[in-house]
Write a protein that binds this ligand. Structure first.
Ligand code: PLP
Length: 380
């Protein structure tokens, strides 16, 4: 079996920077205390780690007040908090056909439980949503626009600033699902015009699984998904009203968050621009090489207009079959299917690049696809 080539970074990034493993191990062995609940040095150190993480993440995402960043267990949890915490009986939501199940399933649930009205705007063949279509879908009952920042199927980056301008002009808040963009492209959440911005820690932010979060604009009040202890106002039976405590009950995933802090420090030191340029160059090379292979059809826009994803099909072969061959015979790890985006019209083979990929990885992957293509034509 050849050495593994990992091209499934849009699912979760791998490997992580060495500092992420070291920080998590150090915390497990020598730290380990719960933050905000003890007066001894280790507990205070855990508290300091969370304060530092909130501050560095605010720096990375362009959030002015770190208290507006709420930690969750992943983007799915953040999106559930945004949707279930904000929407009320009979509200109407405009969303898109590019959304992940992390948005569409809570909305479908809310349709039944809170009688939410839903309009799903269609993207074009390149996976891009037209802000005018969002505007046309708004009704007097619309209370939220929910749009993914970049599709996890095609990678297409959406015109979020224009969508935000449209929504703001109508007085409607905008929820952005930044699962595929946080850490992947430079972002300033407040300049972007997102009122709510959900992200996950284990993809391009280079942290560990079980981490994520939600930016909530200061004047937007969400109902918490859960109440409980967090070390503050312990003598009160009521949930604290201030942020972030209002939304962060229960002992946090400290190991994951320590890893996330190390991932974010790596990004701040290296520069997201630099990593973006590296991934862009590799993705361009990948697209060019794949396009030369007989039977390959690439979906979505040119590399500059998307995150480092290339989705393709190979002749009439079932993408799942191609994915299995790539994994088993060539050690190339990819994802196939509709990628948890249920309104995606086309099942594809998705190669998604990360900070650690090299030209050699691209060569090996393309060689593997080429060999599979040749084998099929021999078979036919
Ligand atoms: C666009 C998008 N939204 C939401 C999610 C859910 O992220 P998580 O599994 O970290 O909750 C993903 C993960 O693949 C995604 O790509």
């Amino acid at each position: 079996m050849p050495a593994e080539v990992y091209l499934d970074n849009a699912s979760t990034s791998f490997p992580k920077p060495e500092s992420v493993y070291q920080a998590a191990e150090k915390f497990m062995r020598y730290g380990g205390a719960s933050p905000g609940r003890g007066s001894y040095p280790k507990a205070q150190e855990s508290e300091r780690i969370l304060i530092k993480l909130r501050s560095k993440l605010s720096q990375l995402l362009g959030v002015r007040d770190p208290a507006n960043l709420i930690f969750t267990t992943h983007a799915t949890d953040a999106l559930n908090l945004a949707l279930k915490g904000y929407l009320k009986e009979g509200d109407h939501v405009v969303t898109t056909d590019l959304e992940h199940n992390a948005v569409l399933r809570p909305l479908t649930h809310l349709r039944t439980t809170r009688n939410i009205g839903l309009t799903i705007v269609k993207s074009n063949s390149q996976g891009k949503v037209d802000p005018d279509d969002i505007k046309k879908a708004v009704t007097p009952k619309t209370r939220l626009v929910a749009c993914v920042h970049a599709s996890n199927v095609l990678g297409t980056i959406q015109p979020i600033q224009e969508i935000s301008r449209t929504a703001r002009a109508l007085g409607i808040p905008l929820l952005v699902d930044g699962s595929q963009t946080a850490g992947a492209i430079p972002i300033n959440v407040e300049e972007l015009g997102a009122d709510l911005f959900a992200f996950t820690g284990h993809k391009s932010l280079l942290g560990l699984t079980g981490t994520g979060g939600l930016f909530v604009r200061s004047d937007l009040d969400l109902q918490p998904l859960r109440e409980g202890g967090n070390g503050s106002h312990s003598n009160s039976l009521e949930q604290p009203t201030e942020r972030p405590e209002r939304y962060e009950s229960g002992t946090p995933n400290m190991i994951g968050l320590v890893g996330l802090l190390a991932g974010i420090e790596y990004l701040l030191e290296t520069g997201i621009d630099k990593i973006r340029t590296h991934e862009l160059e590799l993705n361009r090379a990948l697209m060019n090489r794949l396009a030369d292979i007989s039977g390959v059809k690439i979906y979505g826009p040119e590399a500059q207009l998307k995150t480092a994803i290339t989705s393709f099909t190979l002749g009439s072969l079932d993408p799942a079959e191609v994915g299995q061959m790539l994994g088993k015979k060539f050690g190339v790890c990819v994802r196939t299917g509709i990628h948890c985006a249920p309104l995606t019209p086309q099942s594809t083979i998705r190669l998604s690049l990360g900070w650690a990929n090299t030209r050699e990885d691209i060569d090996k992957a393309c060689q593997a696809v080429s060999e599979i293509a040749t084998a099929i034509y021999r078979r036919a």
